[in-house]
Design a binder for this molecule. Structure first.
Ligand SMILES: [Cu+2]
Length: 192
């Protein structure tokens, strides 16, 4: 499905958010910094996700590189991807295959982060002048959700990841798939 949209930033923030949420699937991903079994886990989802529909809304779950795909846009779908940065660092987030527009950023309530929850504080920031137009990488600042909008046109299996090499090499990378599993693509592992 292809959706024609108002240009980024042309609506008031609250109206903009309602407009997007009516039309477009939102996916909520988390940037997390946890050590589990000696491994630094740096990406995840904000529940519920495709692996665990029982995760309470707003609670994040760390997801390893080898876990099944949690982002599976339909071919031709336009989606808003939300990067919830619960860490203390800024991360340049890169999505393969697509170009995207930066929609906006919104603050997260710090006390909730300490409890494993993301709660929006309602303070919305529009993209910087240098962030207009199509991008393939966006900086996700700490304590904020960064929203981007993309159309996923080409079926296949790709990755999204932080572009800091030390981070992407340490679990800050996840697979995603556009459309159904195709011949030659890695089979879906069972949920861990
Ligand atoms: Cu990073």
């Amino acid at each position: 499905m292809s959706v024609q949209l108002e240009p980024t930033g042309s609506l008031a923030p609250a109206k903009q958010r309602r407009f997007f949420s009516r039309l477009i699937k939102e996916r909520k991903m988390a940037l997390v910094g946890l050590v589990i079994m000696g491994t630094l886990v740096l990406l995840g989802t904000v529940g519920p996700d495709m692996i665990d529909m029982d995760t309470p809304a707003g609670m994040w779950t760390e997801r390893m590189w080898m876990e099944p795909v949690t982002e599976n846009p339909a071919v031709g779908a336009t989606e808003v991807w939300e990067f919830y940065n619960t860490t203390g660092d800024a991360h340049p987030m890169h999505v393969h295959e697509v170009v995207f527009e930066v929609v906006n950023r919104e603050g997260l309530v710090p006390d909730s982060l300490a409890e494993g929850l993301v709660v929006l504080d309602g303070v919305i920031t529009l993209p910087e002048p240098s962030e207009t137009g199509f991008k393939d990488t966006v900086i996700a600042y700490p304590g904020q959700v960064t929203r981007v909008r993309a159309q996923f046109k080409v079926p296949g299996q790709y990755v999204w990841h932080c572009h800091i090499v030390e981070h992407e090499d340490n679990e800050m990378m996840r697979p995603f798939r556009i459309g159904p599993v195709q011949l030659g693509q890695p089979p879906e592992p069972p949920p861990m």
